[in-house]
Structures are given as C-alpha cells and as structure tokens.
Design a protein around this ligand. Structure first.
Ligand code: HSE
Length: 432
C-alpha cells in the first residue's frame, strides 16, 4: 500500500506541536487513516529544540518541500500572506494537497487559492485556521450540513479573551497580560492583530463563508478592537449582569449578512459569557438543530496541532481511498454573493458610559435626547462622585436601535453643556 508523505513547512509553535503529536500518536493516527503516513521532510529556517529531528530530513529552504516529488501533503505553518501564499500556490501547481493553519491567507486569498486547488483537483484543508483545537470547520461543513445556518457568534481570539479575563478577574494591566500571552505563544507575530480584532475578523469571514455558502469577503468585516476597554467597563458590566467579550458575529438578515467583530456585553447567564482565558467558543444556530456550542482551546502548540493533524488524517484517508476528486474547500458546490450590511444599519442595544456635571436635571436631559430618537433605556447607574468632585459617571443600557440612529443621538448628547467629553459606547447582544 502507498505511503502518504508529509512535508511540514515551518517549525514554530504550531509546527513543533504538529511534529511532536504526529510522532507521539503515529500508530493510532495511522490506524484511523487505514494506511501509513510519514513525515518525509521539514522546511524550517532553524531547528526547534522542542523537537527531536534526528530521524527526519530538514531543509533550510521551505520551497524544497513543495518541489520534492515524493511529498503528497504540504503542511504550511509559516504564517503570513507573502511567502506562505507563494508556497501554497506552488504546492497546488505541483499537484500537492495542502494543510494550513493560516487564517490570514485563507481569509484574504482563499477565493483564489480554492479556485486554483479545484482546477488542479487537490484539497486545501484549514481546520486549524479557526479557533485552534476546536473542530469548528468540520462541524459547519459536515456535522451541520443539513441545516440552514441562521447565525453564529464566537470568541475566536484566545489572546484577546485571555486579556479581558485577566483584566476582569485580577485587575491586571492590559500591556502586562498581553506580554504574558506573547510569552505563552498565543499572540500573533504582530499582536495588534489580536487586540484590534484583525485575527478574529480573518476567522469570522471563514466561518461565515462555510455557514452561508458565500465567497470570502474579508474586506467587508466591521472590526473594532479591545484596546479601548477599561477595567471600569468590565466592572460596570458585571454590576449590570453582563460580561464583556470580544465577539465575532455573522448573521443572516433577509438576503444580507452581518459580519462584525467588536467588544460586546453578553448576559452572564449565557454559557459563552463564561468562556475565559485562552479558551474559544463558537455558538452556531441552525434551523434544524437550534443553538449549538463548541468550546475549547483557541491557541497553543498542541491544541492547534490537533486540528492540523485532523486535516492530515482527512487528506491521507482520501489519498488512500484512491478518490480522484478533492474535498470541497467550503463544503458547497457553488457559492453566491451576499450583501454585507453596513455597521450603521445593524441593530443592537448599547452600553453607554459618560461623565456629566453632578447636578439636578442631567439624567432627564440624557433620557430626552435618547427618547427623541426613540431609544428606550433598560438600566441606568450613577457612581457617587468622590469627595470634592463635581463630575459624576453615568452608565446607561439602551434598548435596540439602528447604529446610525444611536450615533445621531450621541452627537446631540455630546453637545450638551452638562456632558464632559465623549460617550463610551459598547454594543450589547443577548445571543439567546
Ligand atoms: N493569536 C491567535 C489567538 C492564535 O490568540 O487566538 C490562534 O489563532
């Protein structure tokens, strides 16, 4: 029986995890495949002390791997969208199947890559690109294949979730927690990708295409990061019965789709509101199944390797079966464009925090400005000013409103003489 040869490109956090888990569990993995596999070659600029490479051929030029006629599956774990894109396109051109953990590459160039792979009859598998060790791609593509997906919402960046959790639980400083996430290998090479929501947007766009049979449209995702969240917002939310999470939401609204990543207040009673640390979770609501929740580690060497190896198993089984068709990249035969909604047209509730003069009549000016825009108030809280202070901080929770409507009301509120500075706004979702 043919042996399936694997070439791993990149030996960083995920590459070393993949090598070690594949080596450790090889017997069981081969039994699952029903055939043998072999790590034939590794392309890495330097060795990784976490791996014993004594039995494998290592090349410093990763392109040797895609040129090697003996390699069947190229495992791209170098990250980025420049060299990685060339590598993947060359692998496809050379007739190799590709397994990748590269969410940026799939989100930004997936349409082109998938089309080229389809023409060539090779598979592009990317389970590890979204939510680390959670098999969410397979859940959407296979487990929920009978459903019309209504919406999904996820905590899909481990670093951001780790930061918000530590800030809330231990009152730690943002920069200090971020440094720890970098040391633990959770954060991206450029950690602004984590804290500004770019990494989550990459993942969300992949999930949305799998859910709604549409081409990847990364440039249309609305993205807001967590760098503006302060410990006092986390405490205020807690007092009102909510937790703040950085959430990616993809929802069908008639013939359009919402695609947005932003900090969000979620009722504490929702399970997803209690997903802490580096853990990720994705809620998927299908018309047949109803709400389903997928939970697990969203980053780290071996959790991500778990997903990389699941793809290797799929592709190797496919090769061993002798099938001469590729596994469809997004699980649909045909995709159709959908309009992506402008953030101004999206309806949510809002948490508002503002500083006002501590004098009678202020609250009524605020409620009037909101009610003039037909925005109701669900809850209000005022912090007593400190001794000698003349300003007070007010927190409001509003009913649902279109974002454009809320923004015009806020513009009026910020012009009121009793209001000091800008109003802090965080969206609120019930996710029920
Ligand atoms: N930087 C990413 C995260 C790694 O923190 O979730 C996994 O994609």
């Amino acid at each position: 029986m043919k042996q399936v040869n694997i070439g791993i490109c990149g030996l960083g956090t995920v590459g070393s995890g993949t090598f070690n888990v594949l080596t450790r569990n090889l017997e069981q993995i081969q039994s699952r495949i029903g055939g043998s596999i072999n790590i034939k070659q590794i392309g890495a600029r330097r060795d990784n002390p976490a791996c014993d490479l004594s039995t494998v051929e290592v090349t410093r030029d990763i392109f040797d791997v895609v040129k090697n006629p003996e390699i069947d599956i190229v495992v791209e774990l170098i990250g980025g969208t420049t060299v990685a894109k060339d590598l993947v396109l060359q692998a496809i051109a050379n007739g190799k199947h590709v397994v990748t953990a590269n969410k940026a590459l799939i989100a930004e160039f997936g349409n082109e890559i998938f089309a080229k792979a389809k023409d060539k009859g090779v598979t592009i598998a990317y389970e590890a690109a979204v939510a680390g060790g959670i098999p969410i791609i397979k859940a959407l593509r296979e487990g929920l294949a009978g459903n019309r997906i209504n919406w999904l919402a996820g905590i899909i960046n481990g670093t951001g979730n780790f930061i918000l959790t530590e800030m809330g639980d231990k009152k730690r400083d943002f920069a200090d927690v971020l440094k720890e996430a970098q040391e633990k290998g959770y954060a991206e090479a450029d950690p602004t990708f984590d804290v500004e929501g770019i990494d989550a947007a990459h993942k969300l766009v992949i999930l949305a295409s799998l859910a709604f049979a549409m081409p990847l449209q990364y440039d249309k995702v609305f993205t807001e990061g967590i760098s503006g969240i302060e410990t006092k917002d986390i405490d205020n939310a807690d007092r009102l019965g909510y937790r703040i999470k950085h959430i990616g939401i993809a929802r069908r609204v008639d013939n359009s789709v919402e695609l947005r990543v932003h900090p969000t207040l979620i009722p504490k009673k929702r399970v997803i509101a209690n997903v802490d640390g580096v853990m990720n979770a994705v809620l998927v609501n299908g018309d047949a199944v109803g709400p389903t929740l997928y939970y697990g580690p969203g980053a780290g060497a071996e959790p991500t390797a778990s997903s990389v190896i699941a793809d290797i198993v799929d592709v190797a089984r496919h090769i061993h079966s002798g099938a001469n068709t590729a596994i469809p990249s997004l699980g649909f035969d045909a995709l159709s464009d959908k309009d992506i909604m402008d953030i101004n047209d999206i309806e949510t509730s809002y948490y508002l925090r503002l500083v006002v003069d501590d004098k009678p009549g202020v609250l009524s000016q605020l409620t009037t400005a909101l009610s003039d825009a037909s925005i109701g108030i669900e809850a209000a809280h005022q912090e007593e000013p400190a001794e000698g202070e003349t300003n007070a901080e007010i927190v409001l929770l509003t009913d649902k409103s279109a974002e454009s409507n809320l923004l015009s009301a806020l513009a009026k509120i910020e012009k009121l003489e009793c209001v000091q500075g800008d109003v802090k706004k965080i969206r609120v979702e019930s996710l029920g």
